[in-house]
Design a protein around this ligand. Sequence first.
Ligand code: FAD
Ligand code: NAI
Length: 475
Amino acid sequence: MAQTFDVVVIGAGPGGYIAAIRAAQLGYKVACIDEWVGPAGGPAPGGTCTNVGCIPSKALLQSSEHFEHARLHFSEHGISTGSVKIDVAKMVARKDAVVKQNNDGILYLFKKNKVTFFHGRGSFVRAVEGGYEIAVSGAQADMLLGRHIVVATGSRARALPGVAFDEDKILSNVGALRLTSVPKKLAIIGAGVIGLEMGSVWRRLGAEVTILEGLPTFLAAADEQIAKEAKKAFDKQGLKIELGVKVGEVKTSRKGVSIAYTTASGEAATLDADRLIVSIGRVPNTEGLGADKVGLQLDERGAIVVDEQCRTNLPGVWAVGDVVRGPMLAHKAEEEGVAVAERIAGQHPHVDFNTIPWVIYTSPEVAWVGATEQQLKAAGRAYKAGTFPFLANGRARALGDTTGMIKILADAATDQILGVHMVGPMVSELIAEAVVAMEFKASAEDIARICHAHPSLSEATKEAALAVDKRTLNF
Ligand code: FAD
Ligand code: NAI
């Protein structure tokens, strides 16, 4: 006899676990199924983000940044440390502990909100009157009946055609986050978000890192001016990025990996490395979900087809996060999870894709929200631009990190903010002000007239807003 729930969520990543909690808050009887197995063999809810994504990558970025600061920048402050060493095993153990805190936190939240958690794989069995039967296989085999189903099964790394991940020499994000020693030479294919973040970690720890990127433009999704500034900083750090390449055969041997490729100018080249990270995007997880059993519509990439409200082609079946269209970001998945739970309850939430922030946690950090200058030009929109460099910001000077700038784009006639682009220290935090401003349809003048604490990095945002009207005070 199946256990009956109002809402059954498949997947406990940021999309799924947040949808489950919100549905429970709204008074529903909720189950959440997740198959992730932690290092000790038990459940490890949190999905890619918690286990092999956002959280462990930020833990390693933090450790490696401390190491680089101690090695290169402490002396500027008059601090001498002697020779600085890194214990990679300890760094990785700390990262694992941070991940476990997050896994445990989600299990606690399930308990607190009375969400019933099932550790195992969930798949559609059939549609029945009043809902869908979902089988749970694995540690906790069971049969559930859900009136509403939320699919939040996430994504996994895309492999190069014919080059499978072995997580030893050829690494996806999973292997890249559990290296136990610093490779002497590290090759990366794909200069996207993962390539830049993981490349930064291992470069800071001493690896010679080369990133091969297929596109001729660096960070094509970002504002061109910001991407150029970021590239300059990465070049200076010794992160080697080759653009416009065509990757050919990849061979592994006991010694390492050899990648044949054609350079942008058409020359044949080979890159030899100890390890290779392939970070060329991700594919949605819909295999083994039983989509065919109920006629759930998938697109040609295997993603679940949804409308703007995350409704699938089946009544009562919803899908959120990486398994559907849109940016593959944890906060986008969370917002969709909340919205679906509220729609089930008859509410009318709204997720605005135009105000979803992007952040790359390198040093300098890169962050943006809204339209880029090249998008506005292509759309023929009349705009004004204001920029302010961190070089002229007192707090940045005190921090010893004056790389980068903030740029605000506003409508030429109404002054409404259309996009905000940042490269520099802590811009992952500064971007939140821009998101709030855009959500509230603020003008650049609104930000220019708001009192910002001194000395703070956020004054650079105010100054960029003043720059839109050509009246910066400190530059
Ligand atoms: P996921 O987090 O992938 O969770 C899906 C869960 O469902 C997994 O636990 C999976 O095991 C489980 N599952 C799948 N199929 C089944 C099934 N049939 N039955 C039961 N369980 C199943 N995003 C950011 O916003 N900020 C970042 O800093 C960031 N850093 C990242 C760093 C890396 C290295 C990577 C790889 C990704 C990063 N991302 C980041 C992206 C982010 O991780 C994803 O966008 C986010 O995890 C998507 O959430 P989700 O809930 O859709 O899916
Ligand atoms: P990505 O889409 O960010 O970057 C992939 C890069 O690989 C692109 O620049 C693309 O042009 C290049 N590429 C694709 N095929 C190639 C080939 N055959 N040869 C050479 N280059 C090739 O994907 P990535 O880095 O794998 O990350 C996946 C997703 O995870 C991101 O899109 C992002 O949504 C999410 N993520 C978010 C983070 C954050 O928010 N800070 C951190 C890490 C990941």
